[in-house]
Design a protein around this ligand. Sequence first.
Ligand SMILES: *Cc1c(COP(=O)(O)O)cnc(C)c1O
Length: 392
Amino acid sequence: MKSKGKFGKYGGMFVPETLMPALEELEAAFNKYRNDKKFNRELNELLKDYAGRPTPLYFAKKFSAVCGCRVYLKREDLLHGGAHKTNNGLGQGLLAKYMGKKRLIAETGAGQHGFATALVGAYFGIPTEIYMGVEDIRRQHMNVLRMLVCGAKINPVSTGTGTLKEAINDALRDWITNIETTYYVFGTVAGPHPYPTIVKHFQKIIGKEARRQILRAEGRLPDAVVACVGGGSNAMGIFDAFRNDASVRLIGVEPGGKGINTPYHGASLTKGREGVFQGSLSYVLQNKEGQIQDTYSISAGLDYPGIGPEHPHLRDIRRAEYTTITDKEALAAFRLLSEVEGIIPALESAHAIAYAIKLGKKMKKSDIMVINLSGRGDKDMDHACNALGIKG
Ligand SMILES: *Cc1c(COP(=O)(O)O)cnc(C)c1O
């Protein structure tokens, strides 16, 4: 069993026996429907007419001038729901419907995945419950309201730091008790097999479109693709299509918190160590005794001590590179993109924007960079403006 869902030595299924039947049922259903004509027709229609795919690949002229190379933004911020999370939510929601499940549960950090699940629950008419840490509820009030308006129930989680890690633990506990009726919509490419594979499958559309779009716009592949990394789903979603294009650098940007030498940030791969966490072997932030480290990042969506198992594998085989950006740099990029392009990025996405500015300095003017703009910044306005000292 533990050999399933491996990416090099990472991944697998490190879960209690009681969870195995649910994961096996899920894997069987996913394998049955992933190439099913009717399932895919229904999903593609939903992605197009309900969610607004394909999202544009936008040549950011003024931001390009700032970076010193040709920069394109993959506009997942324009996807219904305001972030790439909707791709995965719709895919798994449809899978739940085909499996005949009567209840959806999900964990959420920034609230984006919770909202994506809530809107999917509303669309399919399936009752939905969201587990969310109390600290995240405080930071992400707008998304809490969006979930409630769509009819989802929110279960506040007050253990530990009251963030994503604890919310996932509670959601897993719920799933174990309600396996028969309940589908657990997992939000990123982490967790036990088959989730990393399922979530990547539904997010791959980002890179598939971006590759086609950049070839049409420039007649060649980009020199670099940049994406922020929390659990790693938007990065994996855009990286996958370019994986076999050796000339394309794939760069994941983790949150550096207040600075790389402070312990409280979510740079799991850059500052973490190998370890089993929430169902799979990957990289995780832990102290000398192997205790999972509490994290702090300005962006709730990146505030997670783990990372999906395919990312350390991509780094080991030298196919992808990973780096960090501090809160301060992300905030400055949030402001800059808004000012020069009139596009307000999510604070998560602002990490990729900030790194692009640094990377651009080392690139030629004719070089091409594609940045995955994973979401829009509306949810972060209060928090970011507070930190930036912008008063209304
Ligand atoms: C959730 C979220 C992320 C981080 O999650 P990944 O799985 O790493 O993509 C990044 N950006 C936005 C806008 C998000 O909502």
